[in-house]
Design a binder for this molecule. Sequence first.
Ligand code: SF4
Ligand code: SF4
Length: 295
Amino acid sequence: MIFNIQRFSIHDGPGIRTVVFFKGCGLRCRWCSNPESWNMYQELAVNDLRCTRCGRCEKVCPVNAITIDQSGRKLDRGLCNRCLECADVCPTGALAVTGQWMTVDDVMHEVAADALFYQNSGGGVTLSGGDPLQQPEFAVDLLKACKERGFHTAIETSGYAEWSILESLLEYTDLVLYDIKHMDAAQHRDGTGKTNQVILENARKAAAKRRLWVRLPLIPGYNDSEENLRATAMFAKEIGAAKVSILPYHTWGVPKFAKLGRRFAMEGVPIPTNEHVEDCRKVVEAAGLVTGVGR
Ligand code: SF4
Ligand code: SF4
């Protein structure tokens, strides 16, 4: 269940990469830029601006979840059974489906198109999401197929899974891009819905087996205190992380929350200034770590 394949990425590991986005995630980060990844099933994404009120969706809906009146087309997600028939008949894309079932061959067909770019740039393929750990058997098969083609492989993960699951992917993974959202367990639960115990344990074990970059999404007022930055840097150093990437908070994902009928809980949180990002990077660097911003 894949929701996007992005070519020519330079932010998800070394060189030019193709990023395969898996649906399904164990966390619910308030600042998430890919909320369409959360659930491991197809969902309706609604774009009111594209609706012409043609009425086709209302006619085919078997549970009367759609109504159209003077104020526009309304969707009652409480009634919707996700049959997706409405999206099939919508002529404008006002109702779209997030996610599609793909085989390993389907994905490899797309990924292999850029083999020359990987070779010339030192790039490869990155499995992201969501979290590839939520579809481990498919992830292992895909990573294996990439290695058979000689592609460099990376996984981008929150690390929230049983160790045996993460371990099964590592066998075919060259680089682990590992998110650490907060070092404090209670704060971690507050921001993501889950505590960080298993995440930190898995990070330690993964770094002992594979090259690992820590990725820190920098969220103003949440994890950008000097205390948390220092704690993250010390942890990264202790486990032998090769790099810490600071990923400044942005608001690109905000419109997606509305399209999915979800509330965005970070309203009013400002994007960090370049100066603040640089100050934070320096705190991490001071621990003797290689750092990067945005990658
Ligand atoms: S997905 Fe199916 S049940 Fe949901 S609104 Fe569309 S047609 Fe109705
Ligand atoms: S089918 Fe699409 S364009 Fe037509 S009313 Fe439904 S959402 Fe709007």
